[in-house]
Write a protein that binds this ligand. Structure first.
Ligand code: HEC
Length: 279
């Protein structure tokens, strides 16, 4: 039965690789941090429970819709998401807004189009096929409005930082009073999750800042969770497909392994037969 054990181990291995795909920061897994004084400075990023982790994880439509609302009402005042179009909001393995809702959400933004017959650019309500409207026309304008700091584009932010959605959640809920003796530069804010602890982004969220329509409690914690999940979908919209494909591959491997095992037994059977006449 060694073959069986081998196949079982191989399959287990593939599952484990998938389950560990949103690695938290190394500091999270360092219980011996005390033994390495330099690592004490590394922000601690706690892991959260997400609907989309694990080999069968899927996005929660309602959560992504709330996350988009938080992005739209708060974050989009400073951060662009240039890689997304309004029609993406209708994806079934995403926020899953209806086509009418997508049109309505797009129409809330004004975009520049043109030139018209007179050679002039003009403003019009956005359509589903338009990219998300950016808050600033260029990076210089974005810096000028943010005391010199550039709010980064959030399209793939959840993939760009170690810890992904766990980090974004920790960042949004990580604003604190600086500890005594901490030298905070003027205009900066103390944040427990940000490397170096000084961030130019003022605390964007607080309890009650956004009104949810589905009865979810309007707390900082929920906003941070929902917007982090939404940013994860934006950065990896094919996650559900990838998980489904993974499950199909595993199912195929299991069936294939059984067939190969039976085939091997059939082929070897005659060598295992007792020689005629033996006792
Ligand atoms: C008032 C403008 C403003 C708002 C509103 C705002 N941000 Fe920011 N954000 C910034 C600036 C400026 C930076 C750059 C900070 C720095 O480099 O010190 C930043 C940086 C970030 C970063 C990158 C941190 C890193 O590791 O480099 C993330 C993630 C982020 N913001 C998420 C959000 C989310 C999510 C929201 C909405 C809940 C939001 N921000 C709302 C201005 C803003």
């Amino acid at each position: 039965m060694t073959e069986l054990r081998f196949f079982a181990l191989a399959i287990l291995g593939v599952f484990c690789m998938d389950a560990g795909q949103t690695p938290a920061r190394a500091a999270d897994e360092a219980p011996n941090a005390a033994a390495q004084p330099s690592r004490l400075e590394e922000p601690h990023i706690a892991r959260q429970a997400w609907s989309f982790t694990g080999p069968f994880g899927t996005f929660d439509n309602a959560q992504l819709q709330r996350g988009y609302q938080v992005y739209k009402e708060v974050c989009s005042n400073c951060h662009s998401m240039r890689l997304l179009s309004y029609r993406n909001l209708g994806e079934r393995s995403g926020p899953g807004f209806s086509p009418e809702a997508v049109d309505a959400l797009a129409a809330q933004a004004e975009v520049t189009d043109g030139p018209n017959d007179n050679g002039e650019m003009y403003q019009r309500p956005a359509r589903a096929s338009d990219r998300f409207r950016s808050p600033f026309p260029n990076p210089e304008a974005a810096r000028a409005a943010n005391k010199g700091a550039l709010p980064p584009d959030l399209s793939v932010m959840a993939k760009a930082r170690p810890g992904g959605p766990d980090y974004i959640y920790a960042l949004l809920t990580g604003y604190r009073e600086p500890p005594p003796g901490f030298q905070l530069a003027p205009g900066m804010h103390y944040n427990a999750a940000f490397p170096g602890h000084q961030i130019a982004m003022p605390p964007p969220l607080s309890d009650g800042a956004v009104t949810y329509a589905d009865g979810t409690k309007p707390t900082l914690d929920n906003y941070a969770k929902d917007v982090a999940a939404y940013l994860m979908w934006a950065a990896e919209p094919r996650l559900e497909e990838r998980h489904q494909m993974g499950a199909r591959v595993i199912a195929f491997l299991i069936v294939f392994a059984v067939i190969m095992l039976l085939a091997k037994r059939a082929v070897w059977a005659r060598f295992h037969r007792r020689p005629a006449g033996a006792a």
